[in-house]
Each structure stands twice: as C-alpha cells, then as structure tokens.
Design a protein around this ligand. Structure first.
Ligand SMILES: C[S@@+](CC[C@H](N)C(=O)[O-])C[C@H]1O[C@@H](n2cnc3c(N)ncnc32)[C@H](O)[C@@H]1O
Length: 190
C-alpha cells in the first residue's frame, strides 16, 4: 500500500479487516459492480452481497461482472438504496459492511446521481442494519454539480453521529485542486 493510498483502496483495506467468510454485506451503489465483486471475494460462497442501483444498466453490468467470475452468491435490487430497510430480509441481518460509492455511473448519464435526501435515508438505515463492529464506507465526490451539496450533507451527518456509539474517520487529499474525492468510514461501536 503506498504512503497515500487512493481513498477507495483504503476503504477496501479497512473492509478486509472486518469481513469474515459467510457474512452478508451491502453494496448500496452497484455501478459497474467493481465493489460488489470485491465484497463477494471476501464473504465467499457461504455469504451474500446484496446490491442496489436505480439504473438497469448498472444492475446488468454488475450481474455480468459476477457471472464472468462464476459468482452466484449475490442478490441485486433495481431500487434505490433508500429502500434497503424494507428490502433486506431479517435472515440476512446483521450486516458487517455497507459500501456507498456516491456520484454517477462512469461513462453513462451524468444527470443520474446520488442525492443527499435519499442518501441520508439510506445511511440511517445502514446504521440500524449494521452489526456491532461493522463498517459503513462512503466515497464522496464533491467535484460535480450536486455532489458538492451531497458531500457536505453526508459529512455533517457523519460529524454529528454520537461518539459513544459510532467512530467516524475522514480521509482525502487536503491540498489537491478541484474538490477531490474523500472517504468517510463509520464504525458501529455498540
Ligand atoms: C460511482 S457509481 C458506483 C460505482 C460502483 N460501486 C462500482 O464499483 O462500479 C454510483 C452509482 O450510484 C447509483 N445511484 C444513484 N442514485 C442511487 C440510489 N438512490 N440508490 C442506489 N444507487 C443509486 C448510480 O446509478 C451509479 O450507478
């Protein structure tokens, strides 16, 4: 790992330290399925990756990525992550990790972005569904229109989490131009 890893690589490293074989984890923003594939490798065949995206192209592309690797231990839902509380079955709980990679699907319609109103609903659900010791990772992209507001709202949400129940860390390049991406990590303590 380089001295200054990319925020998403740091997220992966921290997640690796928490997930055990057989766990159920969530990719709240499937996109092209890179994070879902990473998670599937960690939970193994005895576990499950539950994924959400609002775009059928993302669901399709993520399914293809899993199929290309012969992976079947996943369930992908073509609904917004704000619905996760009603979609994830009790038998899947508690979750060990929920990953959010906010923003838009690369090489697709840049108008379809995650938005603070629904993201905050999903984050509150994730806190409820997470096991003690579990992690929520949130990649924030303040550099695009709408991403600035969302990043600010998510940062404030995380900053206000009660510190006796949650530990929160933030990582990103502080002196880079053009509002660089940053990572928020939330650990549930009790
Ligand atoms: C940056 S991409 C995710 C990248 C992905 N994790 C990967 O590994 O390729 C953000 C995704 O969030 C999706 N999205 C937007 N609003 C959403 C919502 N309310 N619920 C779930 N996904 C949403 C977009 O369609 C897009 O595919």
């Amino acid at each position: 790992m380089p001295a200054f890893p990319k925020p998403i690589h740091l997220a992966h490293q921290m997640i690796r330290g928490v997930v055990r074989g057989g766990d159920v984890v969530v990719d709240a923003t499937l996109g092209n399925g890179h994070d879902a594939l990473f998670l599937a490798g960690l939970v193994g065949e005895g576990g499950c990756v539950i994924g959400f995206d609002v775009q059928s192209a993302a669901i399709e592309s993520s399914r293809e990525r899993m199929a290309a690797e012969g992976i079947g231990h996943f369930e992908f839902h073509h609904v917004g992550h704000e619905c996760m509380g009603g979609v994830i079955g009790l038998e899947c709980l508690p979750l060990s990790v929920v990953m959010f990679n906010l923003g838009y699907l690369p090489n697709a319609d840049k108008e379809i972005i995650t938005r603070e109103d629904t993201t905050l609903v999903a984050l509150d659900s994730a806190l409820e569904l997470l096991r003690v010791g579990g992690l929520i990772s949130i990649m924030c992209y303040p550099g695009h229109d709408g991403g600035d507001r969302e990043s600010e709202a998510v940062s404030e949400w995380a900053r206000l989490l009660p510190r006796e129940a949650f530990r929160v860390a933030c990582y990103g390049l502080h002196n880079a131009p053009n509002n660089p991406p940053f990572l928020l990590m939330v650990e549930k303590l009790r």
